[in-house]
Design a protein around this ligand. Sequence first.
Ligand code: BDR
Ligand code: CA
Length: 310
Amino acid sequence: MTVPVIIDCDPGHDDALALLLAAGDPRLRLLGVTTVAGNQTLDKTTRNAQRMLALAGASAVPVAAGCDRPLVGELDVAADIHGESGLDGPDLDVPVAPVAGEHAVELMRGLIADSPEPVTLIPTGPLTNVAMLLRTHPAARRNLRRIVLMGGSTARGNTTPYGEFNIVTDPEAADVVLRSGLPVTMVGLNVTHQALATPEVIAGFRAIGTRLGDVCADLMVFFAGAYLRTFGIPHPPVHDPIAVAAVIDPSLVRTVTAPVAVELAGAYTRGATVVDLHHRTGRPAATEVAVGLDVDRFWPLLRAAVTNLG
Ligand code: BDR
Ligand code: CA
């Protein structure tokens, strides 16, 4: 029995690894990939998703481009972290399959409606497409099993002192998703910062001995440089695949149920996820919040997926 999933992403080095994990792990059925503007502009994130699927031998998975800017305000890309292409570092020269002729929201709606089993949505970028789906096609909710997103934090941020990139980029969209009433699991920086691509981890991907293994290693090497320059962190956290891993094997991630609100107005904290871990506010506890990660089991999972893809 495989779990049908859709990845909504903005590749992005760690999104690229999330795509490989979803395409290569036998427990998931990757129905489609939708792209959003975030780490880079929409044309670049879409091209990057096409390239990663082509390199993974998964060009048959449909790709559709979605929203090219947040619901409110301007797009502020993360070229400092992901480079001008959004996936700087490896050689990604590969012929790609064309993108679907429909908008990402329409592709998601169709895939969800046609799925015999409820679909799990895994957003690893700003939540613009997902919010648009929930607002424009509320019937899609009926065949959505849950949303497992990478975003937010129970502690501090990475884009502003209290804001994480995916939520800060489109706080209104995150607010729609977190208040949707659907089962949502939030995999935030507090856990993704445990999955660090150390030199040993990178060597493990190089040792696979395939082009894809080298692509993973080169992605992590570029990411390491960017994290060192920007944050002074020598080993970069590989955020997005943790959300995919949490779907493959929920026992990898420990969660607690807590109220989560998105700060939409704060003078210094717009886009912060305000997580009431101690239930002090009396707000309803509606979000599963990741608080722990079995990192020793995570890396072999990702390596096995990349190895499977050949
Ligand atoms: C998130 O922001 C992006 O830069 C990464 O791809 C990840 O989804 C981490 O804050
Ligand atoms: Ca991302």
